[in-house]
Design a protein around this ligand. Structure first.
Ligand SMILES: Nc1ncnc2c1ncn2[C@@H]1O[C@H](COP(=O)(O)OP(=O)(O)OP(=O)(O)O)[C@@H](O)[C@H]1O
Length: 229
């Protein structure tokens, strides 16, 4: 599903690369945590997957497509198949829960009928159908992140990327979000989660890819977070 072949990334103006010679293979249907200290390169790695950034060298292949060679006009097609969840939710605060999720479909020119079918199903999955017509800004942080999860999955993407999805949440809400991501994975979606949530990573015993200073230092099938804070 996602393949990195000797990928390095150095941002313009930076003296050191943020990722160095990363080779990584994530199969379809996997659930993978990306861990590492602040600045290790976790966000950079996720941004390369949905082509928010381009590598300085190496290849990034997503669903068989070499995203480093995509023309800009093709990027939206790549992103249709990837749901992205961020630490700060990135919702439209004045819009309703329903509208926030529906927008993800409207940009793909989905039919009215399809929107009417998919949005309630996504909201049902995250347990927010009863809040569909509330404005996003009226919801708690945990609820807002659940809206963001619904928005990420409403197009039934084959890949969901979550960059620090629990960074702004308390432990209970963090667990809720991780359980949703696990549920989405059980339904067949590949899920990649960059996170600092040590307790959750340790409890779940899933594949853990660890970065340190831009280098992939560990890739364990049943891993733990593994760092002293
Ligand atoms: N747009 C950018 N321009 C220049 N440097 C950047 C940019 N984004 C990230 N960096 C640098 O790249 C390195 C890796 O950053 P990145 O955000 O990928 O790390 P991270 O592991 O996600 O950190 P955190 O856990 O704090 O979010 C850092 O040194 C950071 O300063």
């Amino acid at each position: 599903m996602v393949r990195f072949v000797r990928v390095s990334k150095q941002y313009p103006g930076q003296s050191r690369p943020s990722l160095r010679d990363i080779t990584l293979n994530v199969e379809r249907g996997e659930f993978v945590f990306i861990v590492g200290p602040s600045g290790a390169g976790k966000s950079t790695l996720t941004r390369l997957i949905y082509r928010e950034e381009l590598p300085t060298s190496g290849q990034v292949i997503v669903g068989g497509v070499n995203v480093t060679r995509l023309r800009p006009s093709q990027v939206p097609y790549l992103r249709r198949n990837i749901g992205v969840i961020f630490q700060d939710f990135k919702l439209l605060p004045e819009r309703t829960v329903y509208e926030n999720v529906a927008f993800a479909l409207q940009v793909t020119e989905a039919s009215y009928r399809e929107i009417q079918r998919r949005v309630p199903a996504a909201l049902e999955l995250v347990g927010l159908l009863d809040k569909a017509h509330q404005r996003a800004q009226e919801l708690s942080g945990g609820e807002q992140q659940r809206v963001a999860v619904a928005r990420a999955i409403v197009r039934s993407p084959s890949l969901v990327l979550a960059d620090e999805p629990t960074g702004n949440l308390d432990p209970d809400n963090s667990w809720q979000i991780m359980k949703l991501l696990l549920e989405i994975n059980r339904m067949g979606t590949t899920v990649i989660v960059a996170t600092h949530a040590r307790e959750i990573v340790d409890a779940l015993q899933r594949r853990v890819v660890a970065l340190e200073d831009g280098v992939l230092v560990r890739d364990d099938q049943k891993g733990s977070y593994g760092y002293a804070i």
